[in-house]
Structure formats: structure tokens, C-alpha cells
Ligand binder design. Structure first.
Ligand SMILES: Nc1ncnc2c1ncn2[C@@H]1O[C@H](COP(=O)(O)OP(=O)(O)OP(=O)(O)O)[C@@H](O)[C@H]1O
Ligand SMILES: [Mg+2]
Length: 499
């Protein structure tokens, strides 16, 4: 049949300009029935912009989009939805004061009678959808009370519930751990088996060949190539970055010094149920664990974002009371939070102001911030981390997701804290910048900082840590020296299977 050769989605000559940047320039893209097509590119390459155009959230300046051979304007989200396109956004689109179930069915509530939402049906359907993803989130939980990974699950459930023909996933696994990713992939395969197509964006290159059929690479808003998967990772990296990037972790030349932080039986609520460990100067201590294991709660308590209900912190041997983030900063403890959109940056402020924020006092003379020094500091970090921005005075809200992440990292790395807690430091960050971040963390440790690195990226935990703590249900389930840690061993402990 002739029809079989018509792609599900055919994008040609699409361009989009924002003030100061050509985000997309004459881009093409094709999605076939039953295909998972991966979209690749460095931070700021234009991936999300293309997806926003396809989901009707953003208007294109030029180009043609055909769905099943028919040209579509896609001038509103409703029109895109009617055309069968459903999207999981990189920056979540959930309403935080509503429940998980309400969010999943927002705008198309189950009704028994006009005007009356049938909550029982909704709750049942939501539980069913989440269950199919292997998630046990309570449909009645308020989204504001969920972790980032749980919110991501709600987003995925919502997108799947729309029964879309074309599903766009902009970094769906960035907050998920191995077992959740497996569930998500199973859901994706069910969808493609029905003839649907999936556009998949991720910076976790190892997972792409597990799920993708083809990949298209964008660089600086331009189309570079389309190739079949699996493909060697170095080849993909070269296409994305237009240069070779050595992909290895910094050699461990660090030497472990005196103890800098001691955490004794710290507990808070049901998620953190008594954790003790020590952190030394010159050491990178990795923290692994599944979603909900209590890792972020631990970070927040040490960083002063939440108060411990029990237990004690000792810094350099002396008891330390952290009641607020400012106490922690004052004591030399920096926290790069996991949920950077909510806690990491001030979107309306410039890149420079954000980078300088924790050290305004240091950059001020007689109470007035020295703007030239602020700018110089930001310019240096824009180069270090290759932050893609028109300049230091651009507001953070105009940056791509990954570049916003880099700004948050820069802010804390620039401070040079003695204890640095990084929660998912490379989430959403492209390969090139990822290697820079590894180098920077290593250098900070070599210079005497103690680093607590929480990460769901197991290769990263194994590659970077000197020691690894594995958390399970609010407690430390196991501790490994890097010489004895294995993928299986860590996973085993994370699942709560005693060794
Ligand atoms: N609303 C906006 N206003 C101004 N510039 C924008 C806006 N949205 C995106 N841009 C710019 O367009 C370019 C492409 O951004 P986009 O978000 O599409 O990148 P991306 O490939 O999704 O990157 P990432 O991997 O970091 O998510 C970037 O230079 C970004 O700064
Ligand atoms: Mg993006």
C-alpha cells in the first residue's frame, strides 16, 4: 500500500527565532508509525523548542508540519491534541495544589452528571494508569507533596491516558531510577506496538539504544543527521558536539583527609528514619538509592532546607545547628538542590545575579554590589560550564532547561563551599558539560572539600565516588568502598535485598 510510506509525522524547513538566538533554522524531522525516534543535541540545541512547536505551545516562523500526510498549523495546544500529539514537558506542567488524579484528568474530568466530577472513577483510572507504570503513588496525593520523580510519573501517566498517536517525551527519565525506567520503556513499547510513534529526548546516552529505533541530531538549531540505532556513543557525541569528547571519569588522585562532617542518626518524617555517616575532606561520597529512599530528604536536612526531627550534625567536630539554608551557607555547606526549578534559581533575574547570589556580601563594597565583579564572576562560569546564553545579563527564564541547570551549579561551585551537597548534579546536562562538572567536582575535592553526591545515574555514582552509601527506605542499607562496588551490588542494596 502506498499509505505505509507516508510518515506519521513529517517536519520540513522549520525555523524559530527568539530575541538574540536562532533557536531553530530550517530543521527537518520524520517519525514513522511504530517508531521511537530519539532527538539528540547539546543543551540549547533547540530540542525543546521543536517539541513546543509540535505541541502547539509555541508558533513557528517558517516550515511545514504534516501528520499522516496532512499539513497542520498546530497553532494551539488544543489543535495539537486533536491531531493526536501528546507531550511530557521538560519543565512539568502540573498544577501543584491539585491531586495526582486531578492532574491526570485535568480538562477532561469524568462526569456522572454535567458539572459534577466523578472522583471515584477518576481515582480508579488514575490508580490503574499509575499502576501500569509500576508506581504506587496515591491518586489523592497533592502534587506539591510529591518528589520530582513522582511528579514525572504523574506526567507520564497523564500523557499515556490521552491515547495519543504521537507521544513526545522531553527527558522523561531524568529523575527516574533503573526500575522505573524499565516500566516506562514497557509503556512506550505498548504504545508503539499499536502503531503510535514516540519522540524521545534524553541526555542519558546509554539508554537510547535500549529504546530508540533512529536518532536525529540537532546542533545550534540546525539539522545534522539521522541515523539508525543502536549507534556507538562516541559517534553520537561527535555529531552533537562537532568534536571528540573524552568520555571518562577523572582519575582518582584525591587523598582522603580529616573528617569534616559527621551525621548522627538524623531523622525526619517517614522518609528519613535515622541516617549516620561521616564525610571527609578530599572525598566524594556517592549516595545511591531508589526513588523515595530518602536521599533528597537527607540533602535538604544537611543543607538547612528542612529541619531534622532527631539526630545531630557535627562540622569539624563541633555540633552544628542548621535552621535555615543561610545557617548552612554561613557554615560553609552548599546545597545544589534536586528540584532546581522550584528551589534553584530566580527565573526573572539575570544569569549573573543568580551565579552571584550566595556571595553577595563578598562581592559588595559598603553594602553595594559591585556589578563589574558580579559580571566577571558570571562570565568566568559561563565559559567553564559552557552555558549557552546571549550574555550574563540575560534572564535565566530565557535559557534552555539544561542551561538553567548549569546556572544553579555554577552558583554553588563558584562559592567554593567546604562541604558541597549535589543532588543529581548532571540531570538534564549534555555530555560535554557533564565531563566539565566531573572535573570540577574532582578539583574541589582535591582542594580539600568534602562532596556528597546524590545521583540516580549508577555509572556516574560508580565512576565518581570514593565511597558509596546506598539508601533504602530512609536508612543506609549498605556502604561500599569504590574498589569493591559493582553495579549489581549497589542495585541489590538499593532494592533492600540484604547481602
Ligand atoms: N522563551 C525563550 N526566550 C528566549 N530564548 C529562548 C526561549 N526558549 C528557548 N530559548 C533559546 O532557544 C535555544 C534553544 O533552546 P531549547 O530549549 O530548545 O534547547 P534544548 O535543546 O531543549 O536544550 P536542553 O537540552 O538544555 O533542554 C536556546 O539558546 C535558548 O536559550
Ligand atoms: Mg530542552
Amino acid at each position: 500500500m502506498a499509505e505505509a510510506s507516508i510518515p506519521l509525522l513529517d517536519v520540513r524547513g522549520v525555523s524559530k527565532r527568539f530575541p538574540g538566538v536562532q533557536a531553530l533554522d530550517d530543521v527537518r524531522f520524520e517519525l514513522r508509525q511504530g517508531e521511537v525516534h530519539v532527538l539528540l543535541g547539546e543543551n540549547g540545541a533547540g530540542k525543546s523548542t521543536l517539541m513546543k512547536i509540535l505541541s502547539g505551545a509555541c508558533a513557528r516562523d517558517a516550515g511545514i508540519v504534516r501528520i499522516d500526510g496532512r499539513a497542520c498549523a498546530l497553532s494551539s495546544p488544543r489543535e495539537a491534541q486533536q491531531a493526536g500529539i501528546s507531550t511530557i514537558y521538560q519543565e512539568f506542567n502540573l498544577v501543584s495544589h491539585l491531586t495526582a488524579a486531578d492532574n491526570i484528568f485535568l480538562g477532561r474530568e469524568a462526569r456522572r452528571m454535567p458539572g459534577i466530577v466523578n472522583r471515584r472513577t477518576q481515582r480508579r483510572d488514575a490508580r490503574h494508569l499509575l499502576g501500569a507504570l509500576g508506581s504506587s503513588i496515591d491518586p489523592d496525593a497533592r502534587v506539591a507533596d510529591l518528589t520530582v520523580a513522582e511528579q514525572q510519573m504523574v506526567e507520564v501517566a497523564k500523557a499515556l491516558s490521552l491515547d495519543a498517536k504521537i507521544l513526545i517525551m522531553d527527558e522523561p527519565t531524568s529523575a527516574l531510577t533503573e526500575s522505573e525506567i524499565e516500566q516506562l520503556f514497557a509503556a512506550i513499547r505498548r504504545l508503539t506496538a499499536r502503531g503510535g510513534g514516540v519522540i524521545y529526548i534524553s541526555h542519558r546516552l546509554e539508554e537510547l539504544s535500549r529504546i530508540g529505533d533512529r536518532a536525529t541530531v540537532l546542533r545550534d538549531g540546525r539539522y545534522v543527521a539521522t541515523l539508525p540505532l543502536p549507534a556507538p556513543i562516541p559517534d553520537l557525541v561527535r555529531l552533537m558536539a562537532n568534536r571528540d569528547i573524552a568520555q571518562h571519569y577523572p582519575p582518582r588522585t584525591r587523598t582522603r583527609g580529616e573528617m569534616i562532617l559527621e551525621v548522627r542518626d538524623v531523622a525526619r518524617g517517614t522518609r528519613l528514619r535515622g541516617v549516620s555517616f561521616t564525610l571527609h575532606r578530599g572525598e566524594i561520597l556517592g549516595v545511591a538509592g531508589l526513588l523515595g529512599a530518602g536521599r533528597t530528604e537527607l540533602a535538604r536536612v544537611i543543607g538547612g532546607a528542612d529541619r531534622a526531627e532527631r539526630g545531630q550534625l557535627l562540622l569539624g567536630g563541633r555540633p552544628l545547628a542548621v535552621r535555615a539554608p543561610s545557617d548552612a551557607i554561613h557554615a560553609g555547606i552548599g546545597l545544589v538542590p534536586e528540584d532546581r526549578k522550584r528551589h534553584g534559581f530566580v527565573a526573572a533575574c539575570s544569569v549573573a545575579a543568580n551565579v552571584a547570589l550566595p556571595q553577595l556580601v563578598r562581592l559588595s563594597r559598603a553594602g553595594v554590589v559591585d556589578r563589574a565583579r558580579e559580571r566577571a564572576l558570571a562570565t568566568r562560569w559561563i565559559e567553564h560550564l559552557r552555558i549557552k546564553t546571549p550574555g550574563p545579563s540575560t534572564s535565566v527564564s530565557a535559557l534552555s532547561g539544561g542551561n538553567q541547570q548549569k546556572v544553579v551549579l555554577a552558583k554553588w561551585l563558584a562559592l567554593g563551599a567546604g562541604v558541597l551537597i549535589v543532588d543529581e548534579p548532571t540531570r538534564g546536562i549534555d555530555v560535554a558539560a557533564r565531563m566539565e562538572i566531573y572535573q570540577l567536582l574532582d578539583r574541589l575535592a582535591v582542594d580539600g572539600a568534602g562532596i556528597l553526591m546524590i545521583s540516580s545515574d549508577l555509572p556516574e555514582v560508580l565512576g565518581m565516588s570514593d565511597r558509596i552509601l546506598v539508601m533504602h527506605q530512609g536508612r543506609v542499607a549498605a556502604e561500599f568502598d569504590h574498589r569493591e562496588a559493582t553495579h549489581e551490588g549497589v542495585l541489590h542494596a538499593a532494592l533492600g535485598l540484604a547481602s
